[in-house]
Write a protein that binds this ligand. Structure first.
Ligand code: NAD
Length: 296
């Protein structure tokens, strides 16, 4: 398939490369020329402009940092919605609020285009390994149309419901992830303060009832696990700023829905404090430094 891909950052870069590996022809566009050069080495062609990138595309995928970036790309003054071939399927994989996802998809539909939201879970490791989980919202037939393309980048494809539902499900997951990561850091720090080896403690908790994703594939303690951000000075991975965005969206949503989320609110405060102290661009596992009372 001919695929146009917008946003080749920490997640989008390896996702676009996996599409090439699966035999698709991928043209990408990003605000960073350096990132486009990096993926060119793996066969991702660079588009000269957003409009040139979508010319002749059968599928358009975006993996952008925010709702503003998504509306700017599709709907702004230079919006590409009407330049995308009307036969193409549009898949937005960015994590944004459900309201914006619904509004952009409705705008696409008004212009005769089909768009679904398909935010992902699985982190940068999952993006590289092609094991992401896609959490889709939109018409069932559109999600089925997207499935073969999504399966080239991930292992599981869920349909949470209508347009925007993928984003709502993703926010529920990320609120839980934030709470779980903070709890994991607290438990490891408590063990270390009592003279335990964090690696041994991790093995014990992994075989016990405290087992969770952060402990299993994303251990926050430097040196316990290879190939994760904590062992690389918290570089790469999922930025604290992005976690703060997701927690903000979750809290807005909870307010509207009337849901009580005391731990989600506490997680938002702790990540907000951490980001405010200058850790915004570090991976979110660096919340360990806040717990440990270390400078970011
Ligand atoms: P990132 O900042 O590394 O990448 C985003 C890229 O989008 C950047 O390269 C930026 O230059 C580009 N961009 C911004 N506006 C653009 C535009 N108008 N046109 C083209 N490119 C544009 O962020 P990321 O970590 O790859 O995250 C991307 C999305 O995935 C976010 O919504 C995030 O919440 C979500 N997400 C991230 C992770 C993770 O572990 N990093 C996991 C799940 C979901």
């Amino acid at each position: 398939m001919k695929i146009a891909f917008f946003g080749v950052g920490n997640m989008g870069g390896p996702m676009a490369v996996n599409l090439v590996k699966a035999g698709h022809s991928v043209t990408a566009y990003d605000l960073s020329a350096d990132l486009l050069r990096a993926v060119a080495a793996d066969g991702v062609q660079a588009g000269d402009s957003p409009a040139a990138t979508v010319a002749g595309a059968e599928v358009v995928i975006s993996m952008l940092p925010s709702a503003t970036a998504v509306t700017g790309l599709y709907q702004g003054e230079q919006g590409i919605l009407s330049q995308i071939p009307d036969t193409a399927l549009i898949i937005d994989c960015s994590t944004i609020d459900a309201g914006t996802a619904k509004a952009v998809a409705a705008d696409a539909a008004a212009r005769g285009r089909v768009m679904i939201d398909a935010p992902v879970s699985g982190g940068v490791g999952g993006a590289r390994a092609g094991t992401l989980t896609f959490i889709c919202g939109g018409p069932a037939d559109a999600v089925e149309r997207a499935r073969p393309v999504l399966e080239a980048m991930g292992k599981k494809v869920f349909r949470a419901g209508d347009s925007g539902a993928g984003q709502t499900a993703k926010l529920c997951n990320n609120m839980l992830l934030a709470i779980q990561m903070i709890g994991t850091c607290e438990a490891l720090q408590l063990g270390a303060d009592n003279g335990l080896d964090p690696k041994v403690l991790s093995e014990i908790m992994l075989a016990s009832s405290g087992r969770n994703w952060s402990l299993e594939v994303y251990n926050p303690w430097p040196g316990v696990m290879d190939g994760v951000p904590s062992s690389n000075d918290y570089q790469g991975g999922f930025a604290v700023d992005l976690m703060n965005k997701d927690l903000g969206l979750a809290m807005d949503n909870a307010l509207r829905a009337g849901t009580r989320t005391p731990l989600g609110a506490l997680a938002r405060n702790l990540y907000g404090l951490h980001g405010g102290q200058g850790a915004g661009r570090l991976d979110f596992a660096s919340i360990l430094r806040l717990i440990a009372g270390q400078p970011h």
